[in-house]
Design a protein around this ligand. Structure first.
Ligand code: PSU
Ligand code: MN
Length: 325
């Protein structure tokens, strides 16, 4: 059998932590390559207070990746940012690796189906939640933090566009900590699909589905609620005793002070969706296109700050869960 060490390039820090059973948190990298502005951004005073690890003057996507890693460390776990660099599937990135990924002119968006191709063709790119989940589980990492997962897209009954994130989670024993699903999706259909796939959906201190940068939808009730990281770990252990090959979703709302108004988001989104349809943007390009349009609208700065604030709080929670596991 091929060992993970032969296919994955795991840093010694991450490999040692896994071998010794110390907490490790996987971090995805499509949010770095495709999900955030690539230029430095002026942030509000409140933002700097909440995210003191933020480096001013650094491109937002790189600053975000660094901030997530340092939050994981400060919470007592080892960060393992996962990405593909020159065809090498990296589990844990050096400072140079992270810079290389952020400065790549045309990084690939790598989902599960793209991994083998990216290795064979020596490509460089960010791994989606789907690809990161699969790689993390292969490496033996059980906790993973991201922003909003992909899900069932609006208009799915015509496009069949359902994120591979859902299907990867159904077959990888990883706890994915997120802020629910992106509001740009068909959220009720996404919840139905999660049920179909047998993925437990746990609200973290909420009974309702968080909508990424927007506060939870009080009409969409989650199946379960957990009050603490220890409780999540306890549920995960029990889940894996019965179903050792499937994952779990922990959904934590965007920090309240940063949550964006649902109505204004819907208004901007309607415009972005029209534009996507006019320009025939579909498939893997759709999510990055919509996120970029949202980041550019007049509420864009607020949405980007909300995205970053929730990435931070998810990184911290994932580290606490990893420690409890
Ligand atoms: N969440 C974010 N920003 C992102 C993504 C999620 O806050 O950029 C990325 C994730 O990598 C997720 C992907 O896996 O978008 C989903 O893309 P798709 O809908 O094409 O599966
Ligand atoms: Mn898709």
């Amino acid at each position: 059998m091929v060992q993970p060490s032969q296919t994955l390039n795991i840093t010694s820090e991450v490999a040692d932590a896994i071998a010794q059973g110390r907490p490790v948190v996987a971090l995805e990298s499509t949010v770095v390559t495709h999900g955030l502005p690539r230029e430095a951004r002026e942030m509000s005073a409140r933002f700097h207070e909440t995210v003191p690890e933020w480096q001013r003057g650094v491109p937002a996507h790189l600053a975000a990746a660094r901030a997530m890693e340092s939050v994981v460390r400060a919470s007592g776990a080892v960060p393992a940012t996962i990405a593909v660099i020159d065809g090498s599937i990296c589990v844990g990135l050096s400072a140079e690796g992270l810079e290389r990924l952020a400065s790549e002119a045309e990084p690939k968006k790598l989902s599960v189906r793209d991994l083998g191709v990216s290795v064979a063709k020596r490509q460089t790119g960010g791994t989606t939640v789907a690809a990161t989940t699969v790689i993390a589980s292969r490496a033996g990492i059980r906790a993973f933090a991201t922003g909003g997962i992909g899900g069932v897209h609006r208009g799915w009954n015509c496009s069949m566009d359902m994120s591979a994130d859902l299907f990867a989670l159904a077959r990888s024993p990883v706890v994915v900590v997120c802020a629910g699903a992106k509001i740009l999706l068909d959220l009720p259909a996404t919840l139905e699909m999660l049920e179909t796939l047998g993925i437990p959906t746990i609200g973290f201190q909420t009974e309702f589905l968080p909508r990424f940068t927007v506060a939870p939808d009080r009409s969409l009730r989650l199946q379960h609620k957990a009050e603490s990281a220890a409780e999540v770990a306890c549920i995960a252990h029990a889940h894996w005793q019965v179903q050792p090959t499937s994952g779990m979703l922990v959904m934590q709302p965007c920090p309240e002070a940063f949550a964006v108004d649902a109505e204004s988001t819907e208004r901007h989104l309607a415009r972005a969706l029209k534009q996507a349809s006019a320009e025939s943007v579909r498939g893997a390009a759709l999510t990055p296109f919509l996120l970029a349009r949202l980041a550019d609208c007049e509420d864009g700065p607020k949405m980007v700050e909300a995205n970053l604030a929730l990435l931070k709080s998810n990184a911290r929670l994932a580290a606490q869960i990893a420690a409890s596991l």
